[in-house]
Structures are given as C-alpha cells and as structure tokens.
Design a protein around this ligand. Structure first.
Ligand code: 0O2
Length: 209
C-alpha cells in the first residue's frame, strides 16, 4: 500500500473542510453575531492508528475507504452545548457535501464518559484523476467535552487502552464535572442574555419618553 498516494485526497479534504468550517466563524464576526464555533482542528489518521483500528475492527486494507469513516477527521469546538446542534444543522444544510451518518454521543454518552456529536460526511475531492468522494468524520463538542476527551485519549495511549480501574473512576467523575460545567455555563449565558434584553428594552423605553 502506498500510503502517501492513498492518503493524499484525505489530506486535501481535511485542509478544505478546515477552511470551510472556520469560514462560519468569520461570517458571524462580519455580521456582528456570536459564533457558535470557537475553533476548528483537523488531522489525517496516522498510519499506525489506521493499522491498529483495521486490526481491531477486522477491516481489510482494501476496504478502508468505505469502512473506516475517520481517516479524515475534523473537530469543531463550541463554547456552549446549545451551539452544537446549531453547527450540526448548518452542516446538514450545506450543499458541498452530503451527511451519511450521525452519532449522538451527547444524549447517549459512551461508557467511558465520552461526549461529542459525530457527523460522517461524503466529501467530493477534486484529484488529478478527477473527482473522488471520500468519507470524513466531523466531531462537534464543547470546550469542556474536548478537554476531557483530550486527557482521556492521552491516558488511553499511555496505558495502551488498559486504563487502571481507579483512574477510570476518576475519569468518570471528571466527565460528570465537565457535564456540570457545561450546564452551569449555559445557565450563566441565559442570565446574561436576559439581562441584556432587559437593558435594551429599558433603553428603548427611555428613548421614547
Ligand atoms: P483518534 O486518535 O481520535 O483518531 P471506535 O473507534 O470503535 O470507538 P467508531 O465506531 O469507529 O469508534 O467511530 P466513532 O464512535 O465515531 O469514534 C471514533 C472517534 O471518536 C475516535 O477516534 C475518537 O476520536 C473519538 N472517540 C470515540 N470514543 C471515544 C472515547 O471514549 N474517548 C475519547 N477520548 N475519544 C473517543 P479514534 O480512532 O479512537 O482515535
């Protein structure tokens, strides 16, 4: 397998998706709206991870393009839980790629405590031999969910997938804390909005007097 040739369209897709998804933030800024997107990252799955996952899921290497949905991966970080579905709806409404699958690990969190919303898209890449449709996974999550997932991912790497039971328990408690942090932040935001609303109404009334 020539990995450089095989992964080239995936790398192209990640670069293009990063630009397109970051664009939303800039468009919101231009029209003085709060952006539901805080920041966007992306990566092509490293070859050792591809081989490990193919072994674990029994995926033949000649079927990677149809059976491994996250060779191209883009991650969108939001400040608030409510922002996640706004971003997902915007992704669904786009006409430059097609959503083929969604996995809601927010309402159905994983046993590990992992929370995130995954959207798998079929993205057309213009290659030197013509158009190639590839699968890419877009993960949408809050900053708190991302903090937790990043730490858990590196612990998984450190312990080679066998995190000790006491560390797992702590991670579950940390996932609970991240969930409460998200809830608390959403409530604070609602209170700020309500205060702003009252302030602008009062201003308008004073203006009329
Ligand atoms: P990397 O290094 O991020 O690329 P599976 O791999 O079986 O869990 P599946 O069905 O292939 O999952 O797809 P799914 O559920 O969309 O999960 C794929 C990716 O989601 C993972 O990629 C992670 O990025 C993230 N993810 C899923 N579950 C967890 C979890 O419990 N903890 C963390 N930290 N991330 C998770 P990879 O291939 O694992 O790794």
């Amino acid at each position: 397998m020539d990995w450089k040739v095989f992964l080239a369209p995936y790398s192209q897709a990640v670069d293009e998706l990063k630009v397109k998804l970051r664009g939303y933030r800039d468009l919101c800024g231009a029209s003085s709206q709060n952006s539901p997107i805080e920041f966007v990252t992306g990566r092509v799955k490293p070859v050792p991870s591809i081989l490990e996952k193919a072994r674990r899921k029994d995926i033949p290497l000649d079927q990677l393009n149809t059976q491994m949905q996250d060779l191209a991966g883009v991650r969108i970080m939001c400040q608030f839980v409510d922002d996640i579905m706004k971003v997902v709806q915007w992704i669904r409404a786009r006409t430059d790629f097609v959503v083929v699958e969604e996995r809601d690990y927010i309402n159905n969190k994983k046993k590990s405590g992992y929370r995130s919303y995954h959207v798998v898209v079929e993205y057309p890449v213009q290659t030197i031999t013509g158009e190639q449709k590839i699968l890419a996974e877009i993960q949408v999550r809050t900053l708190a969910m991302n903090f937790w997932a990043t730490i858990e991912h590196s612990l998984n790497y450190k312990y080679k997938g066998n995190i000790p039971t006491d560390v797992k328990k702590r991670l579950l408690r940390a996932a609970e804390a991240a969930f409460r942090l998200d809830e608390e932040m959403s409530q604070i935001r609602e209170e700020i909005w309500a205060a702003q609303e009252r302030f602008s109404q009062k201003n308008a009334e004073e203006h009329l007097e």
